[in-house]
Design a protein around this ligand. Structure first.
Ligand SMILES: [Fe+2]
Length: 497
C-alpha cells in the first residue's frame, strides 16, 4: 500500500491504523482488577486504501473494530477490518474502487456525499461502508458485537472474542432501509438492562422521516414510523426513559438531493427549533410532542434522562449549531472550519405544558457523554464526558453529577512531558462488580500519544478520577482513532440476570 497524502484527515490522532494486530497479554503498568471480565469495543469510519478521488468522506470509508478484553487482570487487544462486500472487493483488487459522486475537497465532502462505483466491477456492491459504533447485542443465539450506523448500512455482527466478521445481523430483513437501500438500525442504541431489548432510531429522506426500532434478544424487530412530524429531520442519538424513547427533531437533516445538485449533504434550519417526540416504549401508543420555546439548538450525543415532577430532563452537550459544514456558512472551494462546540447542558420536557426548555451549565467545550450503561432508561446521576479547549482538542476526562452539579476533571498529561500533545477517544464505564451502585466502577479511556505513534488505555477509578489511572495498558503502536464504543460484560448479561 502507498502512504496516504498529506491531509488533515490523516494526521495526528486521526492517523488511520491500516493494519490488523493481536496483542496478547499486553504490558500493563499498575493493576487491572482481576474480577473485571468483558470487552471494550470501539470503531470509527477509517480508511485502508486510497480512494479514486481526493475526497475521503464517510461513504467511501472502511470499517474497523478494536477490542480490548480484560480477564483475570490481563488485557488482550485486537483490531480487525469488518469484512463488508466493499472491503472484500477492494481487497481482491488491491486498490480502492469507489469514488466520489463529485470530487469535492471542501466542506461538502466531509460526510455522506454520495459515491459511485467503478463501472461493472462494483455493480451491486453497496458503496457506503461507514460504521460509527460497536454495540453489544446479547442475543439468545449468542452474544455478538454489532458494527452499526444510523442511516447507511446494515449492522454487521462480529465475534466478541476474535472480532471475526460473522455477517449482517440475522434480523436485518425486519429493519427499515436507510439512505443506501440497506437495512439500517441506529448509530446510538440504548438498551433495557432488564430485558436486553435494544432501541434505536433511523431516518430517511421521505416522510415519515424517522422510524424507531427495537431489537429483541429473540431476534424479532419491532418498529414504529413516526407520523405527523413537525418538520423533516435526521436522527443521530436518542434518550431512553422508563416509559419512552425520546427522539429529538432538530433543524439538522441529511439531503442527498442537495448534495447531488452541488450543495452540502446536510441542512441546518435553526428556525425549526427543537421538538421532542416521546415515543412510548411499546412502539404502539400515541406519540407525545414537546415543543421548544427557544431558537434552534442541537444535541449530537445524549447522556441520559431523569423523570420527576412530570418533567423529563434530557442531558447532553448542547450545540447552538451542529458541528458540520452547511451551505449558508461556507463558500464552495473553502475547507470546513468547525467553529462550534457543545457545552454541558440539558433540555427539559414539561409534560403538563407540552413545552421544552434549555439550559447550559458551563462555557467549556465537551463531548462524548457516557453513563453507567446498566442504568439506561433508569434514574441516574453519574455522567462522564471529554472536555478541552475546543471540540478537536479534547484532553480532559470529566465526571459530572447531573443531580448535584458536582464535577471532577482530570487533564491527561504525560508524566514526564506535560505539554506533549494527547488525543482522547470516547471512554466507557466498567462496573466494579455486578451489584455495584450506579457509577461505582472504572472509566476505560483510549489515550493516543500520537507524536510518539503510541497509545494506551487508562483505567481510572470513578471514586475519584483525579487520582489518575490505576492501570495503563500499553500499546506498541498508535491505535486508530474511534468515534464510539461500548463495554460488553461477559459475566453479567442484560436480560439474563
Ligand atoms: Fe455519534
Amino acid at each position: 500500500m502507498k502512504p496516504f497524502p498529506d491531509d488533515v484527515r490523516f494526521v495526528g490522532p486521526l492517523r488511520p491504523q491500516r493494519f490488523e494486530a493481536t496483542v496478547e497479554d499486553c504490558i500493563v503498568e499498575g493493576e487491572i482488577p482481576k474480577d473485571l471480565y468483558g470487552g471494550f469495543y470501539r470503531t470509527s469510519p477509517t480508511f485502508k486504501r486510497h480512494k479514486k478521488q481526493p475526497g475521503y468522506g464517510m461513504m467511501a470509508s472502511d470499517r474497523m473494530v478494536q477490542g480490548l478484553i480484560l480477564e483475570n487482570g490481563q488485557a488482550t487487544y485486537r483490531n480487525r477490518w469488518v469484512r463488508t462486500p466493499k472491503y472484500m472487493l477492494e481487497e481482491a483488487h488491491g486498490e480502492g474502487l469507489f469514488e466520489w459522486h463529485d470530487a469535492w475537497p471542501d466542506y461538502r465532502g466531509e460526510t455522506i456525499t454520495p459515491v459511485r462505483g467503478n463501472g461493472s466491477v462494483t455493480d451491486g456492491v453497496p458503496a457506503g461502508s461507514n460504521t460509527v459504533n460497536a454495540v453489544p447485542y446479547y442475543a439468545k443465539t449468542g452474544n455478538v458485537v454489532l458494527a452499526c450506523n444510523e442511516i447507511l448500512n446494515v449492522p454487521i455482527a462480529l465475534d466478541p472474542m476474535t472480532l471475526e466478521t460473522l455477517g449482517p445481523i440475522a434480523c436485518a430483513g425486519q429493519m427499515v432501509k436507510g439512505y443506501c437501500g440497506e437495512p439500517t438500525f441506529t448509530a446510538h442504541p440504548k438498551w433495557d438492562p432488564e430485558t436486553g431489548v435494544i432501541f434505536g432510531a433511523t431516518s430517511g429522506e421521505e416522510a415519515p422521516y424517522v422510524t424507531v426500532q427495537a431489537i429483541h434478544p429473540d431476534g424479532t424487530v419491532k418498529s414504529k414510523a413516526i407520523e405527523n412530524e413537525p418538520f423533516r429531520t435526521s436522527i443521530h442519538d436518542i434518550w431512553l426513559t422508563k416509559d419512552h424513547v425520546a427522539v429529538p427533531y432538530t433543524g439538522w437533516h441529511y439531503d442527498s438531493e442537495n448534495a447531488k445538485a452541488g450543495g452540502a449533504p446536510m441542512h441546518w434550519k435553526p428556525e425549526n427549533g427543537v421538538t421532542i417526540a416521546l415515543v412510548p416504549r411499546d412502539l404502539e401508543s400515541p406519540v407525545k410532542w414537546i415543543k421548544s420555546d427557544f431558537p434552534g439548538e442541537y444535541i449530537l450525543h445524549t447522556l441520559s434522562a431523569n423523570t420527576s415532577d412530570n418533567k423529563i430532563t434530557l442531558n447532553g452537550p448542547v450545540y447552538k449549531q451542529p458541528p458540520f459544514g452547511f451551505d449558508q456558512f461556507n463558500q464552495v472551494g473553502s475547507p470546513y472550519i468547525p467553529l462550534y462546540a457543545a457545552n454541558n447542558g440539558h433540555w427539559v420536557c414539561d409534560l403538563d405544558s407540552g413545552t421544552l426548555s434549555s439550559e447550559v451549565f458551563d462555557d467549556r467545550p465537551c463531548e462524548f457523554p457516557k453513563i453507567d450503561e446498566r442504568f439506561f432508561g433508569k434514574p441516574y446521576q453519574h455522567g462522564f464526558m471529554l472536555g478541552g479547549d475546543t471540540l478537536y482538542m479534547l484532553d480532559t476526562l470529566i465526571h459530572y453529577n447531573v443531580r448535584s452539579g458536582e464535577e471532577k476533571r482530570l487533564r491527561i498529561v504525560d508524566p514526564e512531558e506535560h505539554d506533549k500533545p494527547v488525543g482522547l477517544a470516547e471512554p466507557v464505564f466498567v462496573p466494579r462488580h455486578a451489584s455495584a451502585a450506579e457509577g461505582d466502577g472504572y472509566m476505560l479511556l483510549p489515550v493516543s500519544w500520537f507524536t510518539d505513534h503510541l497509545s494506551e488505555y487508562w483505567l481510572l477509578d470513578t471514586e475519584d478520577i483525579t487520582q489518575g489511572p490505576i492501570a495503563k495498558v500499553k500499546m506498541p503502536f498508535q491505535m486508530g482513532w474511534s468515534t464510539h464504543g461500548h463495554w460488553m460484560d461477559f459475566a453479567n448479561v442484560p436480560g439474563k440476570n
